[in-house]
Design a binder for this molecule. Structure first.
Ligand code: FNR
Length: 187
């Protein structure tokens, strides 16, 4: 039997009532036998600046890099901002990618879920993110894809996923991700 994998979860929205955060919380119990999902916070990371790096990186950058380096894989859950990825999430990618030659993303299996109240489920953000992942050498699971649209009606008042069809899809999705991690990094 494959080992349980430690998966860093990055949530692209910073707001308290975030649908993407609700999605992250709802996933926690769906694949316990295979994946341990741990949210790594990105909201307090200062904007990436090479001058700041040269002066000595802030503790928040170091803590973030250490958490990603320790993870077996990365799950990105992102809203779409103006057909792209929110700045906070792009900044987290940039922080993890430096200093040059020491990227914590290199070779780490990844997967993307985009979540939007809109009909096309954050397709633009999902694919802009995948573009950066190609450069960062994060092998992102190609299939199944997860564009979660109409997300405003998927969660109950306690923030848990209340839609059975979506829940089943996400279970299948996470199992596929566990298999993808095993393919990229056999245990
Ligand atoms: C949005 N929203 C949005 N939605 C979408 O489907 N495509 C888009 O391009 C955008 N653009 C956009 C830009 C900005 C600056 C904001 C603040 C919002 C709406 C967005 O999907 C909605 O606010 C979600 O609820 C954001 O995700 P969280 O915060 O609920 O996780």
């Amino acid at each position: 039997m494959a080992a349980i994998r430690n998966v860093a979860v990055l949530v692209g929205s910073l707001r308290k009532a975030s649908l993407n955060r609700k999605m992250a919380n709802s996933l926690a119990g769906l694949a316990e036998a295979e994946l341990q999902l741990n949210v790594v916070e990105i909201g307090d990371l200062p904007f990436y600046n090479e001058d700041v790096e040269a002066d000595g990186p802030p503790q928040t950058w170091t803590t973030f890099r250490t958490a990603i380096a320790a993870a077996d894989a990365v799950l990105f859950i992102t809203p779409e901002y103006n057909r792209s990825v929110p700045a906070a999430l792009k900044n987290a990618l940039d922080v993890g990618s430096r200093p040059y030659g020491q990227s914590v993303w290199n070779g780490k299996p990844g997967v993307v879920i985009s979540v939007s109240p809109g009909a096309i489920g954050g397709f633009g953000a999902n694919h802009h993110l995948r573009q950066s992942l190609v450069f960062l050498n994060v092998p992102a699971m190609p299939q199944p894809e997860a564009y979660v649209g109409g997300a405003g009606t998927l969660f109950d008042e306690s923030g848990q996923l209340a839609n059975e069809g979506t829940r089943r899809f996400l279970e299948t999705f996470l199992k596929a991700f566990a298999a993808w991690i095993e393919t990229i990094r056999p245990s």
